[in-house]
Design a protein around this ligand. Structure first.
Ligand code: HEC
Ligand code: HEC
Length: 290
């Protein structure tokens, strides 16, 4: 019935002439014009896209497109560029003395960012995320250094560790005065009172006096006559109120009774020299470096 148009009685809309079940007629309601144009535009766009960019899968690959675009080649180019600039930084770190690195703003930025990442990965479990330390693991932000706070000193500590078993590790142990029966329990209590008095704690004057004598005999070789510590021995300053193993009377007594022998691993061989240097400068820059 093509060509024969008829108006629907109920809606007044033209019908297409298709009829079902005798009286079910299809109304002629075309798609809106704007919708059709958008559709045509997208079709034209997609054909253009197929021609220009990689699009269709083939048996052994895909259509490459006329522009030769590839995300893979783009990523490869980016990664190569990043590696290239990193390699230049790493090379500069490996070959320049720390003082020169510190003067170069670009290099320092790389060192501080890289150092922070390496620190989080390798050091934070023991020294804490912010290098604030925990009991037995020194705070690296303060100006209190067991083994020296110059960049070189810090670098050596990281390289070789402390009591780590490395041939060049820092050694020197706090003796176990109680366990090895060098001092009696009473002497340990006295000398602990004296040690605490060095950072201003009050105590029994007679005990402090007796403790002072014990300290003069047993402790000055490592902690110094004034108890200020010695970097060569890794013996902490006992007068600054900063305590690696706790500053309560019982904690100090425990240190004297049993020693502590904290272990810092050696990183030589585990981290490359440039990374170790980067970490040393990073730790030094945390604020407490000398
Ligand atoms: C397994 C735990 C552990 C890890 C991991 C560790 N350290 Fe240590 N670190 C220690 C201990 C314990 C000491 C204190 C040793 C001592 O008693 O003298 C120490 C000491 C240090 C010191 C000397 C501080 C001073 O006052 O002289 C520096 C610097 C240091 N660590 C840096 C690092 C860096 C950088 C890393 C990561 C590459 C790291 N540490 C990873 C346990 C650790
Ligand atoms: C052979 C050297 C040596 C002698 C002698 C020595 N110390 Fe120590 N002392 C150390 C070292 C090294 C440490 C750090 C231990 C560690 O980090 O594991 C230390 C740590 C300590 C600490 C812990 C400080 C803190 O910050 O928690 C106290 C307290 C202490 N010594 C007191 C004494 C007293 C008291 C004597 C004498 C009775 C003494 N020491 C004799 C080497 C020595």
């Amino acid at each position: 019935m093509a060509g024969h148009k008829e108006l629907d009685a109920v809606t007044g809309v033209e019908t297409t002439g298709h009829v079902w079940d005798g009286d079910l007629k299809e109304l002629n309601k075309p798609l809106p014009k704007w919708w059709l144009y958008v559709l045509y535009v997208t079709i034209v766009w997609s054909i253009g896209y197929w021609v220009a960019y990689p699009a269709w899968p083939l048996v052994d690959g895909y259509t490459r497109g006329m522009l030769g675009y590839s995300q893979r080649s783009e990523v490869t180019r980016d990664v190569a560029a990043a590696k290239d600039s990193q390699a230049r930084f790493v090379q500069a770190i490996a070959t320049s003395p720390p003082a020169e690195i510190e003067k170069n703003a670009d290099l320092m930025e790389f060192v501080l960012r890289g150092g922070a990442t390496q620190f989080a990965n390798n050091c934070a479990p023991c020294h804490g995320r912010g290098a604030q330390g925990f009991k037995g693991y020194p705070n690296l932000n303060d100006d209190d250094w067991l083994w020296g706070g110059t960049i070189d000193g810090i670098e050596k500590t990281i390289q070789h560790g402390v009591r780590s078993g490395h041939a060049e590790a820092h050694v020197g142990d706090m003796p176990r005065f109680g366990i090895d029966q060098v001092l009696t329990s009473a002497q340990i209590v006295d000398v602990a009172s004296f040690v605490l008095s060095l950072s201003g704690a009050q105590g029994d004057a007679a005990a402090i006096e007796r403790g002072k004598a014990v300290f003069g005999e047993q402790c000055v070789a490592c902690h110094g006559a004034e108890g200020k510590g010695m970097v060569e021995m890794g013996a902490p300053n006992l007068t600054d109120g900063i305590w690696l193993y706790g500053g309560s009377k019982s904690e100090v007594e425990e240190t004297i009774r049993g020693g502590r022998s904290g272990v810092m691993p050696a990183w030589e061989g585990k981290l490359d020299p440039a990374t170790i240097k980067m970490l040393a400068i990073y730790v030094h820059a945390l604020g407490g470096g000398k």
